[in-house]
Design a protein around this ligand. Structure first.
Ligand code: SIN
Length: 509
């Protein structure tokens, strides 16, 4: 049976960062379930936030990250992110990674939602993810084996330790691959929703796999909806980066009224959850919402990917882009420590699949690529610091257990999640969604998966159920989790109760 030092599941930025560092000392294999470039990182338009500009410093980046995250973030981890990020970025630039510059050679720094300064680096205008992953693929091409079209479906566990993975190849063959260390880097859950900015292959696989192995998960109810997905005839066509609003574009309704005025002091650049809810509410009230790009100078050069997207969809030359919110990022995930370690020895998680605590209840723009760099590196360093354990003797392979009965179609799962666990939720809808999921699926029964056709659906159902039950149990609103029946955070409720009590006391006096 093949075995190696480190297996990485997924080919996004954090996976490649970890692989690059590890491969100097270890044998590393990356598995991707489709083509290696089928990742959210590859598609990322928005850039990478780093406090490198004149007058900027890590403490300002720290404050902005905490405020956008509703102070639900892990402060120590955020400090690590914003302090170490610029140094790791510098190392990558010294190795040849290039970002856009102004004509005078200075770094071109963009602005995005909830950042108080211009601190977003971009590459190729709005093709930052492609530039970064292409650079890293080149860096690891001779040192890391990449196996494409091989979907990891379960973890192999021996005596309470992760020993590798079970995979199903595109041709249906089932294989086992053993390793001393396994890293989950499978991304988030975007494709559980009807409208999403994510690659279609992002179906929560790593999180579902971890759940089946009893690994600790956290904060799955916190899902970020990106406010501006280009939308026409009932379909989402692609992302319109927040950087466009950073260059002056604004959101208007069909009457031409600016919809972010008076909603938040940062207006169109308010935190994403606030902007997404305002657009959602306008649409619920029957109005279309448009991003007015007329204030943006040199749009086609500055945003070539979005410009192409508009051209392909007969919106060339139009300055009013129809938009709708779409699922974008999962703030929760597999609980990890500073070095990517999970609750299962031998198993690590990085990138969007991991909960590092840096995003709190709502991720600030362009912190995810930075998270990939910082925690991808720290995870690699953690693994390199371990002394070798005796390799696999008798691993326990995941049970060959029939996954489930007839599962709903993916479209039905997406429809139900969008309706009942979307931008806004409430008890009644979540109870209905939970009952619907449990009709055809027992989340406690699935032990392992043997068929590729069902694998994604089982994972989607599993993670949908986890999100739903998490959302049900959080009886408050905070960041990406908005309950219309509990529209305040617990601390806001506390304050309101005190004020009401004071009012009552005042009335008595
Ligand atoms: C965007 O370009 O608006 C997305 C960037 C991000 O999610 O960080």
């Amino acid at each position: 049976m093949p075995h190696t030092d480190v297996i990485i599941i997924g080919g996004g930025l954090s996976a490649l960062i970890a692989a690059r560092k590890l491969s100097k000392h270890k044998n590393v294999i990356i598995f991707t379930k489709s083509a290696k470039t089928s990742s959210n990182s590859y598609m990322a338009q928005g850039g990478i936030a780093a406090a490198i500009g004149r007058g900027d410093d890590w403490s300002s980046h720290f404050e902005d990250t905490m405020a956008a995250g509703c102070h639900y973030n892990d402060g120590d981890q955020v400090r690590t992110l914003v302090q170490q990020g610029p140094e790791y970025l510098k190392q990558l630039m010294e190795a040849g990674l290039e970002f856009d510059r102004e004509t005078d050679g200075q770094m071109a720094l963009g602005k995005e939602g909830a950042h108080s300064r211009r601190r977003i680096l971009h590459a190729g205008g709005d093709a930052t993810g492609k530039a970064m992953t292409t650079f890293l693929f080149r860096e690891i091409q001779s040192s890391v084996q990449i196996i494409e079209q091989e979907m990891a479906v379960d973890l192999v566990i021996e005596q309470g330790r992760c020993r590798g993975i079970k995979t199903i190849h595109k041709d249906g063959s089932v294989n086992f691959h053993l390793a001393e260390h396994t890293i989950i880097a499978t991304g988030g859950v975007g494709s559980l929703y009807k409208y999403t900015s994510n690659h279609a292959s992002v179906t929560g696989d790593g999180i579902a796999m971890a759940y089946r192995a009893g690994v600790e998960l956290v904060d799955l109810e916190f899902i970020q909806f990106h406010p501006t997905m280009l939308y026409r005839h009932g379909e989402v066509l692609g992302l319109v980066s927040e950087a466009v609003r950073g260059e002056g574009a604004c959101l208007i309704n069909e009457n031409g009224r600016k919809i972010m005025d008076h909603i938040h002091p940062l207006g169109d650049l308010a935190p994403r959850d606030v902007v997404a809810r305002q657009i959602f509410n306008q649409i619920q009230q029957g109005s279309e919402v448009f991003l007015d790009i007329s204030p943006v100078s040199n749009f086609s050069n500055r945003f070539p990917t979005i410009h192409r997207l508009c051209q392909e969809n007969d919106l060339d030359g139009s300055t009013l882009l129809p938009v709708i919110p779409g699922s974008h990022f999962l703030m929760g995930g597999i609980k990890t420590g500073r070095g990517g370690e999970t609750s299962l020895p031998g198993l690590y998680a990085v990138g969007e699949a991991a909960w590092t605590g840096v995003h709190g209840a709502n991720r600030i723009a362009s912190n995810s690529l930075l998270e990939g760099i910082v925690f991808g590196t720290l995870t690699a360093e953690n693994i390199l610091s371990k002394s070798p354990s005796s390799l696999v003797s008798h691993p326990v392979f995941p049970n060959h257990h029939a996954a489930a009965g007839k599962l709903p179609e993916k479209e039905a799962i997406r429809r139900m999640m969008t309706e009942y666990a979307g931008v806004e939720r409430d008890q009644q809808g979540l109870v209905k969604l939970k009952a619907w999921l449990e009709e055809s699926f027992d989340p406690y029964a699935v032990k392992s998966i043997d068929k590729r056709e069902t694998a994604e659906k089982v994972n989607m159902m599993t993670v949908a159920w986890l999100i739903t039950t998490s959302a049900l149990s959080r009886r408050e609103s905070r960041g990406g989790h908005y309950r219309t029946d509990f529209p305040f955070s617990k601390s806001e409720w506390g304050k309101k109760r005190i004020i009401r009590r004071l009012h009552k006391q005042a009335a008595v006096i």
